[in-house]
Design a protein around this ligand. Structure first.
Ligand code: MG
Length: 386
């Protein structure tokens, strides 16, 4: 409806941007947020996402989602929502494409294992690591470390963080201390992430054969669309049935999100991004009913997919790989490849053991699934080359 209308007064714009950490001349051919998006796509961390697990380890099969396809699915859902609400579509896209850049290999199992290893050294949160990737770790510019993205993109990447971590983040951490909201574009990216993974994990679970269409009819969100599809196309089955249902499920929750959010915005009547930030709560929301249905789907996936023995076996192996690598490298940083060894020496000089641990965590978090497995073999299998 609104797709080509001008941006709303409360949308993020170049003019209202809080800018970059290292000032740069304005881009000539693009907007500031287009520049952010392009920097993200050209980053090394973005390319690594193709070999990082979402739920199913990459080498289990070629057709499962990876962090890369997940990020692209999140971005396309979020862009539709942002555009319809006359918000900044490009900023939304940039946030979505960057949101998982700091993810470890092996999905949540990898993140949990690394967080445990880092417990006494400040912990490991993948949101914070995504920020660390774009602020510090990417090496692409002579003039500054990282990608030097705008405040707005960085704000969106940092979905949540502890108050402790927030204190060390200056301007960007303020909102967690003062309990402010992020931009609407960031709020959309956040919920689009949930919409994407709920639906694609269901699809991947079906593909893996660990859940079935029959069992899924227990889940109201699934059943409602299943019944409509069966009534309209009684003969359809297999992949076409699954995709027809999942597509309609996404459409159902996205439509609800747009309607609910429009009503929330109309009621709060923000006049600027700062009004959005100062609001008492998020404005991008599902209706209560759809939020509850979404929650039921999430619980179902947790019990039947994420805790399925085949998935648990993968996560158990992942934990072993991450933990073993961390312990070995932390004990003897000279076992790290030269560049990481040097970083570990520098970081230890600056901040002691916590610095050394952070350097090891950076190395491990940057690994793809298969690189981590190979590195594990090189470290612990005497028959492997080092
Ligand atoms: Mg995600």
């Amino acid at each position: 409806m609104n797709s080509d209308s001008p941006l709303a007064a409360y949308a993020a714009t170049d003019e209202a941007s809080r800018g970059r950490r290292y000032p740069e001349p304005a881009p000539t051919l693009r907007s500031e947020f287009q520049r952010d998006r392009d920097r993200i796509i050209h980053s090394t961390a973005f390319r690594r996402l193709v070999y990082k697990t979402q739920v199913f380890v990459n080498h289990e099969g070629d057709l499962y989602r990876t962090r890369l396809t997940h990020s692209i699915e999140v971005a396309q859902i979020a862009r539709t929502i942002a555009r319809e609400l006359r918000l900044n579509e490009t900023l939304t896209e940039a946030i979505c494409l960057a949101h998982d850049l700091g993810h470890t290999p092996f999905g949540h199992a990898g993140q949990d294992a690394l967080n445990e290893c880092m417990r006494t050294y400040g912990g490991f949160e993948h949101n914070l690591q995504s920020l660390r990737v774009v602020d510090e770790l990417e090496e692409r510019y002579a003039a500054f470390p990282g990608l030097n993205l705008t405040f707005e993109t960085r704000e969106g990447i940092l979905k949540h963080c502890s108050v402790n971590s927030a204190r060390q983040l200056g301007e960007l951490g303020e909102r967690f201390i003062q309990r402010l909201q992020p931009s609407l574009e960031a709020q959309i990216a956040n919920l689009s992430d949930e919409i994407a993974y709920n639906n694609h994990d269901l699809d991947d679970g079906l593909r893996a054969g660990i859940i079935s269409i029959d069992e899924l009819t227990e889940v109201p969100l699934f059943r409602a669309q299943h019944d409509v599809v069966m009534a309209t196309y009684p003969e359809v089955s297999g992949r076409r049935l699954i995709h027809e249902i999942v597509r309609r499920m996404i459409n159902y929750v996205v439509t609800d999100l747009i309607e609910t959010t429009s009503a929330m915005i109309a009621e709060a009547a923000p006049e600027s991004v700062d009004d959005v930030r100062a609001g008492g709560g998020p404005l991008v929301l599902f209706s209560d009913r759809v939020a509850a249905e979404h929650q039921e789907l999430k619980s179902y996936l947790r019990d039947h997919v994420y805790r399925h023995y085949r998935v648990l076996r993968m996560t158990s192996k992942a934990r072993t790989v991450v933990r073993s690598l961390f312990e070995a490298f932390f004990a003897r940083i000279e076992l790290l490849p030269t560049e990481h060894h040097e970083a570990a020496i520098d970081m230890e000089t600056q901040s002691g053991e916590a610095g050394r641990a952070r350097a090891v965590a950076d190395y491990i978090a940057g690994m793809t699934d298969r690189y981590a497995i190979t590195e594990y073999e090189r470290m612990f299998d005497p028959a492997q080359r080092s």
